[in-house]
Write a protein that binds this ligand. Sequence first.
Ligand code: G6P
Length: 608
Amino acid sequence: MCGIVGYVGKRDAAPLLLDGVQRLEYRGYDSAGLAVVADGGLVVEKVAGRIIDLQAHLGERLPQGTVGLAHTRWATHGVPNDSNAHPHIDCGGTLAIVHNGIIENANALREWLKEKGHRFRSDTDTEVLAHLIEQFLNGSLVEAVSTALGHVEGAYGIAVVSTTEPETLVAARFGSPLLVGLGDGEHFVASDAAALLEYTRDVVYLDDGEMAVVRQDGYEITDLQAQHVEKLVTTLEWDLAKIERGGHAHFMLKEIMEQPESIRNTLRGHLLEDEGTAKLSGINLDDDELLEFDRIVITACGTSWHAALIGEYMLEELARVPVEVEYASEFRYRNPIVDENTLVIAISQSGETADTLAAIREAKQRGARTLGIVNVVGSSIAREVDGGTYLHAGPEIGVASTKAFTCQVAVLALLTLRIGRLRALSVLQGREIVQALQRLPEQVAEVLSQADRVKQVAETFMRAQNALYLGRGYNFPVALEGALKLKEISYIHAEGYPAAEMKHGPIALIDDMMPVVFIAPKDAVHRKILSNIEEVKARRGRVLAVVTEGDEQITELADHVITIPESIDPLTPVLSVLPLQLFAYYTAVRRGCDVDQPRNLAKSVTVE
Ligand code: G6P
C-alpha cells in the first residue's frame, strides 16, 4: 500500500509533495512524512496520522529546497508512530528513502547491518534499506541503490534522495507500482499517477527490476545492472476534476452517483446490436482461440471477487462454459488445475492487488492464457496479462469499491456475450442482452434518484449491531457485496448468505432487533425468496427488501422496500446493488464514520 511522491525541479518541493501525497492518501493513511534536500543538508519531518497532521506539524515552516520526497503509510512492519513513519534515514543522516512493499529478508539484513555498526531507530523493514544503501555508498548513489537492491528479497517501490548527490532522485520498482512524471525542467516520481495530474500528463511506468535516475533536466531508466532501458511515454487522459469530490460530501457518494456515466463509458464502443454480441478487441483472442478453452477460472479479491461470482453465473448459464471463481490469495498457494486450455481472468479495480497479481503469474507459469478486467490503466495486472478490457470507470478514490463493481459486472456481461454467441446463445438472445445493457445507464440513474428514501431507511437501522443480507441466484453475490459495504464503512457486523441457507444457521440470530436485507427482484427465484421473507417475518425480523417496481407481494410483507426497474436476470445485480451501496453510505455517515478512509482498510492492497 502506501503512497510515494518525489520531485526534482526548480520549484519549492515541499508544497508540491504535500499536495501530491494528499491525493494518494487513499492508499494508506496512518502516518506521513517528507524529506527535502536543503542547503546541502536533509530536512526530514514525519508524524503518525494523516497528511493534515503532517501539515499541522509543519505549520508555516515548510522546508525549503527543490528536491524531495514524501510518503503516506499503511503499516506493515511496526505500529503507526512517528519513528516508523517514512522517510527513513541512514546513520549519517545523508540519505532518505520512502518505500512501498515488504522486504522479506529484512530481519537477516538488519542483523548483518547491526554487526557492521549500523544503528536502527524504527521497527520497519524500510529502514533496513536506508542502512543497506549507506553500507554500499561509495561515490555513486545509483550504484549503491542497485547493489543494495541486489541483496533484497521481497517487493518494493522506492525513492531515495541523498545529500551526496543533491540534484538526483533515484527510484526503483520490484512488485510495487512506480512511475516517472515528465515536466518542463522538472521531473516527478509517484506510486500512482493521481498524485501528478496537476503537474503533468506524461508518464513512464517502471517495470519490475527497473530503476529511474531522475534529475531536473532529464531522466534515465535502467535495469539493476545499469543497462539503459528504452521506455514508452504514456499520456494520461484522466481529468483532474474527476479525482476531486465535485461537490459531494465524500468520494464514495460521488462515485455511487457517477454510475450511470461510468457504466456508459464501460459499454461505449463494445456493443454490436445487430449481431447480438460484443466487440472486445483488447482480449487478443479470436473465435478459434475462444472455442479452445474448456474451462474459465476467475480470480480476484474483495468486491472484485463478488463481481467474479456474478460472472460465473452468467458465463455458465449463457455461454455454457464451466467457470470456477477463486480468491486470488487461495489460488496462488494451491496447486490449481490450470493448463493451456484454461482461460484465467483476473478482476481488479486497482490492477495492483498483490494476491491477484501473483495469481496471474502463477496461471501464466502453468501455461494458461490470462485476461484482465482492470480499471487503472497501465497498472501492473493490466501490463502482465495477455489481454483484457479496461473498465473506464474513471478513478475510484473511496476505499469501499462501488462504481468499479457495477462496471465489472457490465464487462463480464460483454464477455459472456462474446463467448456465448460462439457457443450457446442465439442472435435473438444476444440482442436481448445487448438491449438490456443499453438500458442500464438510465435505469441506474432511476434507482439512484431514490437516494433520499434510502437515507430515511438507513436512519431507522443506524443503531443495529448486526445485519443479515440474503439473496438467491444472481443476487446471492449482491448479498455478499451489500454486507461487505456495510461492514467496511459503518463497522456494523454484517453477513451475506444465499437466502435458502438461512435455515441452516443464521435463522437462529433473527429477532426483532435484527435487520434482514433481502435482494429480491422479480427473477427466476422470486417465489422461493418470498417464502424466505415469510420465514424471517414469522420471527419478527425487520425486513428491508430491494424489489422490482410493482412487486406488491413483497411490499406488503417487508417493513421497507426500495424498488429497481425490470431487467434481465443476469443484469439485476447492477441495479440491486445500488440501494445497498447507498444504505451502507448513509448508515456510516449517520454513525459518524470516516466513509472514504475507513479504519484499517486501504484502497489498494499491494501486500499479501
Ligand atoms: C481492497 C479494497 C476493496 C477491493 C479489494 C480488491 O480490499 O478495499 O474495495 O475490492 O481491495 O481490490 P482490487 O483493486 O483488486 O479490485
